[in-house]
Design a protein around this ligand. Structure first.
Ligand code: ADP
Ligand code: MG
Length: 220
């Protein structure tokens, strides 16, 4: 069974920041169709700030919850767009889920993942079908929970979560928006993937990759 110390979580955020930077233009283009074309900029600014803040931490001196709390603060301060408080809440909730743990177990990380999805829902008050990042996060968290209940390792469960997130993001193309800027467009939003759902699928994919490698005591 893998375990997750602060160093692994810092590496995860670095991987997310690197990938989001390469997807910046793509995410701005998606937002250009149904929003204000800044989503890639907002997410890149947010995760670059997160990367700077978490790599400044001493991994040996901070707990996993501190890594998430640091990420939450950095994201919130860096992002003025609506995605700012949504991811800040997600990471604050993950921090709360890991409170008091020096090293996170697979179960702990599964709970942190659920807490992130729930945090985004609570903060944004969006439900599945409203063409937001919730359309990636909710099915993803449900797929992860289902896989874990079936006895899957965290790595396998995260793979299922990543697949579900990608599917959920794709499905937003057929929706009209019930929340956020694009809700003003009505039917004109149909035919375009929601940028926040697209970035969520990317973030979840990188999380899955980064957290699935061997790790913890005895790992190479
Ligand atoms: P802004 O709309 O302020 O320009 P961004 O472009 O960074 O912010 O993010 C837009 C994305 O935020 C949308 O594509 C959608 O996925 C997400 N979003 C907006 N409002 C909500 C909400 N209430 N709940 C969940 N997600 C939301
Ligand atoms: Mg925008």
């Amino acid at each position: 069974m893998s375990t997750f110390d602060s160093a692994r979580l810092i590496a995860m955020f670095e991987a997310v920041a690197t990938r989001i930077e390469t997807e910046k233009d793509h995410l701005c283009a998606l937002d250009g169709h149904i929003g204000d074309a800044d989503h890639g900029i907002a997410m890149a600014q947010g995760f670059n700030a997160v990367r700077a803040a978490v790599t400044d931490l001493d991994p040996g001196a901070v707990a996993p919850s501190d890594v998430f709390n640091t990420a939450a603060k950095a994201f919130l301060n860096a992002v003025g767009a609506s995605s700012g408080p949504l991811y800040a809440t997600a990471y604050m909730r993950a921090g709360a889920a890991l409170k008091g743990k020096e090293v996170a177990t697979e179960d702990d990380m599964a709970q942190a993942f659920q807490a992130m999805a729930q945090g985004i829902e609570d903060r944004g008050k969006a439900v599945v079908g409203e063409k937001t990042m919730v359309d990636a996060w909710r099915p993803s968290a449900d797929a992860l929970a289902e896989a874990r209940e079936g006895g899957a390792s965290l790595a396998i469960a995260l793979q299922a979560a990543s697949t579900a997130a990608a599917k959920g993001a794709e499905a937003t193309a057929d929706m009209i928006a019930g929340k956020g800027r694009s809700s003003r467009l009505g039917e004109r939003a149909r035919g375009h993937v929601d940028p926040g759902a697209a970035s969520a699928a990317i973030i979840i994919e990188v999380m899955a990759e980064s957290l699935s490698g061997a790790g913890g005591p005895g790992a190479p």
